[in-house]
Design a protein around this ligand. Structure first.
Ligand SMILES: C[S@@+](CC[C@H](N)C(=O)[O-])C[C@H]1O[C@@H](n2cnc3c(N)ncnc32)[C@H](O)[C@@H]1O
Length: 296
């Protein structure tokens, strides 16, 4: 039995959940972050536990039962209250963000970059960063407080290839943010960027024609876009918007349904799931995922 199991830290995680994390080697935050307990002290410890696991190799995750000494204390952070949903079309978010100093964000800014739009607290990047030190990762999210917290975690974990930027992704935002970026963007992900699933709120969604055009200009030829949603209609719309742009195509490995429609990708190419994807997996709900290539 896991040592942590007996500590107050893990009392708020069910045995089934823990087995799931250990069994799958999943390495980031628990779905608890979306639960009402998310602001409790216990949750902070659980969160810290998963971040600590995130910084171990998958094989170590199965063997090590105790927290590394140097990560036993989470950083001192004020409690962050952030609205779950904000309206990106509100005047509050109209101003363009400051242009990042890319050379200060990463230890080696020349490494190929993975951009995660709508990253929330950056769980995916915290999992991938330590696993793939040859890449840099930047998460972009509209909610500044959430981004600030992710930045603090990255600093605490001393991850020099993971960084975060607060920005409202609209047509024109990405060219503005990346105007001084001189490296190569190899991967761009947009995972479960909802919650604007109602048709009347369609214009609040991240993926729209102008944003797809910006992504086409940003991505290096041969680069990859990974999009996913818990909602088939949202995923279909995103796929269609990308395929309407001549710069994007489905890769040769795509399989097709009997009616000729491209099949949804069952597995994430990142081999790590975001918080939303894990929530869906727990509930046995599907994720509608698409991988696209930026044509050379
Ligand atoms: C449902 S969460 C998904 C988070 C994460 N990708 C996952 O799969 O767990 C969607 C995130 O997108 C962010 N978001 C929504 N609209 C955005 C916009 N226009 N620009 C940047 N971020 C946005 C929200 O703040 C939220 O954190």
């Amino acid at each position: 039995m896991c040592k942590l199991w007996n500590s107050p830290v893990v009392h708020s995680v069910s045995k089934r959940q823990m087995q799931h994390y250990r069994g799958t080697g999943s390495s980031a935050l628990s779905t608890l972050q979306y639960s009402r307990t998310s602001r409790t002290k216990a949750h902070t410890s659980v969160r810290h536990f998963f971040f600590s696991v995130a910084c171990t190799k998958p094989s170590q995750q199965l063997q090590e039962n105790s927290l590394p000494e140097e990560r036993a204390e989470p950083p001192k952070m004020r409690k962050v209250r952030s609205r779950l949903h904000v309206n990106p079309l509100s005047p509050e978010f109209a101003a363009l963000p400051a242009v990042p100093d890319w050379s200060a964000l990463f230890e080696d800014p020349t490494k190929p970059l993975h951009v995660d739009l709508g990253c929330c607290e950056g769980e995916l990047l915290f999992a991938l960063g330590p696993q793939q030190p040859e890449m840099n990762y930047v998460g972009v999210d509209i909610r500044e407080r959430v981004v600030d917290r992710a930045k603090q975690w990255a600093a605490h974990l001393q991850l020099r290839n993971v960084s975060f930027v607060a920005a409202n992704v609209q047509p024109g935002t990405l060219p503005h943010l990346f105007q001084e970026f001189t490296g190569k963007v190899r991967i761009l992900s947009i995972i479960c960027p909802d919650p604007y699933i109602q048709k009347r709120w369609r214009n609040r969604r991240i993926v729209k024609t102008g944003v797809v055009d910006d992504i086409a200009s940003l991505l290096s030829p041969g680069g990859e876009v990974v999009i996913a949603s818990e909602y088939e209609e949202v995923a279909s719309e995103m796929r269609q918007l990308f395929l309407e742009n001549a710069s994007f195509r489905l890769p040769g490995s795509t399989t097709y349904e009997s009616d000729g429609a491209p099949a949804w990708e069952e597995y994430s190419p990142f081999k790590e799931l975001t918080a939303r994807e894990r929530t869906a997996r727990f509930a046995n709900n599907p994720i509608y995922r698409v991988v696209l290539e930026r044509a050379a």
